[in-house]
Design a protein around this ligand. Structure first.
Ligand code: GRF
Length: 192
């Protein structure tokens, strides 16, 4: 059975979707560990389901963050075949990305290549979509390469943008789609 590691920085609703789909046997893999780059609610979710969890403080580790993540993910106990970035905000080093080439996927809350890149995260993405007058938005799952949100696209899911939308409302609509898209993306990855 394939093992995946999930990297997180936030509330972890995407992590929860993975946990739920594994528990209800819709997803055939195991989470070898959850790694957070800051203290966040995702760690509580992992703990509740007895999944090994690590807090690697990005502010303390700085450029060594990717090295420490790699140590965990290359270990016998917590090693993984694939890495899923589920709301993970730190940049991974070039060496790390080269080593894990085509084995890291990310979910982004826009229709890439639009509204991606440095600084495009959280509500900022949805604000930019509304300000640009877009009629549709969505989410994208893609391989991670050495750019920010530039790797090969695996799949996307669209949602309408309504004239009454605030960034918060649009974020909620997109996030609901992310959960099913992420499961679809992981299945594609595991069946490659
Ligand atoms: C999601 O919108 C994800 O696409 C983005 O960060 C958000 C994280 O949500 N990268 P959650 O922590 O999974 O609830």
């Amino acid at each position: 059975m394939f093992k995946i590691a999930v990297l997180v920085s936030g509330g972890g609703t995407n992590l929860q979707a993975i946990i739920d789909n594994i528990e209800n046997r819709n997803l055939d893999c195991k989470i070898s560990c959850v790694i957070a780059d800051r203290d966040c609610f995702s760690l509580e979710r992992a703990g509740k389901h007895n999944i090994p969890k690590f807090l690697l403080d990005r502010k303390k580790l700085k450029e060594n963050l990717s090295v420490e993540i790699d140590k965990i993910l290359s270990s016998d106990e917590h090693g993984a075949d694939y890495i899923v970035l589920a709301g993970y905000l730190s940049i991974l080093s070039k060496d790390f990305i080269e080593k894990w080439n085509k084995r890291i996927i990310n979910i982004h809350p826009s229709l890439l290549p639009k509204f991606g890149g440095k600084g495009m995260y959280g509500l900022k993405v949805h604000k930019a979509v509304i300000e640009a007058g877009e009629k549709e938005s969505g989410c994208t799952i893609h391989f991670v390469d050495s750019g920010v949100d530039t790797g090969e696209i695996i799949a996307n899911e669209k949602v309408p943008v309504l004239s009454t939308d605030t960034a918060e409302i649009l974020q909620k609509r997109v996030l609901e789609k992310e959960h099913s898209l992420l499961i679809k993306g992981i299945k594609i990855l595991l069946n490659k």
